[in-house]
Design a binder for this molecule. Structure first.
Ligand code: BJW
Length: 256
């Protein structure tokens, strides 16, 4: 897709939106070489199903394996850089109100210059005590010291000596309530909602575009593959984040 093929109706929507809310998922970071969740994994972890590891049950069964996996992912993210899709959103915020609501646990939106409204599923870089929730910042949680081994004993909480866990949201766990409230407000108040790079099957995050559509707010989806949402949205752009978002930004005149 190039800017010359952009649907004029999409261009009109983008030009007319003073407040845009963007809901991003793993595909947002795919072109930064961060693996998505449901695509095939490669390398050290190819023997594991990531959706099996991102559960409280996996943590109870083998916390050392889960800790090592998250430290490996944090180190991998540190080695990557934002792609043109991340950069386009940061530049868009110089011209209009842009709120980024992400399911991603990486920090690529922030490193591109966006102020993220909500990290719905937490962060790779905010480990905390599994018992008392005290944030943990010991050197042994620094991703730079992570090694490519299958098991690493998690650090101990300095306050209660329980194991430190990754600061992410696993299946069956509630989303951080402040993040969810900010996300719901951002989706309810915007003029245009853009959903990018998510399979749209994990709730409650997947309900945000559904709610926006029900409220009459136009929704544009960007994804190289159709999802359950694609037939419901106002416009489906079958392309990638690093192509689709810069193409949309071209329609937004600079502020002033
Ligand atoms: C590209 C691209 C490119 C590729 N450009 N695109 C209602 C109905 C049914 C079930 C439920 C429900 N409500 C709740 C549930 C249960 C459950 C759930 O949703 N289950 C479904 C799977 C059936 N939800 C939960 O358990 C949630 N908690 C909850 O609801 O709590 C309630 C509660 C209240 C009070 C007390 C207790 C509980 C929590 C969900 C947590 C999800 N956690 C994970 C792991 C996070 C940590 C980690 O990263 O390890 O979050 S799972 C994983 O999936 C991760 C992701 O954020 C999330 C979504 O994945 P995403 O981003 O969509 O990635 P993919 O890989 O699926 O898709 C990538 C897409 O990108 C694809 O479409 C590609 O085509 C596309 N793509 N290249 C653009 N270049």
């Amino acid at each position: 897709m190039t800017d010359t093929t952009l649907d004029p109706a999409i261009a009109d929507l983008v030009r007319g939106a003073a407040w845009v809310t963007v809901c991003s998922g793993a595909g947002m970071s795919a072109e930064s070489n961060v693996p998505t969740f449901r695509d095939a994994e490669t390398g050290l972890w190819e023997r594991f199903d990531p959706t099996e590891l991102a559960t409280p049950q996996a943590w109870s069964r083998d916390s050392a394996m889960v800790w090592a996996w998250y430290q490996w992912r944090a180190k991998l993210v540190r080695s990557t850089t934002p792609n043109p899709g991340h950069v386009a959103l940061a530049e868009w915020a110089d011209r209009r109100t842009v709120m980024v609501v992400t399911q991603n646990v990486d920090d690529l939106h922030e490193r591109a210059g966006s102020a993220v409204t909500a990290h719905l599923h937490g962060s790779l870089f905010e480990p905390r005590c599994s018992h008392c929730d005290l944030p943990y910042s010991g050197i042994d949680a620094d991703p730079e010291v992570a090694t490519e081994t299958l098991r690493v004993q998690p650090p101990s909480c300095p306050r209660c000596l329980s194991e430190v866990r990754p600061g992410v949201v696993w299946f069956g766990e509630p989303l951080p309530s402040h993040a969810w409230e900010r996300a719901a407000d951002a989706a309810a108040g915007c003029d245009l909602l853009i959903v990018v790079g998510t399979s749209g099957i994990v709730y409650p995050a997947a309900s945000l575009p559904e709610r926006a559509l029900a409220a009459g707010i136009p929704v544009i989806e960007i994804n190289p593959e159709p999802t359950p949402l694609s037939s419901l949205v106002t416009h489906f752009m079958q392309t990638t984040a690093a192509v689709g978002l810069p193409a949309l930004l071209q329609e937004v005149p600079p502020a002033g």
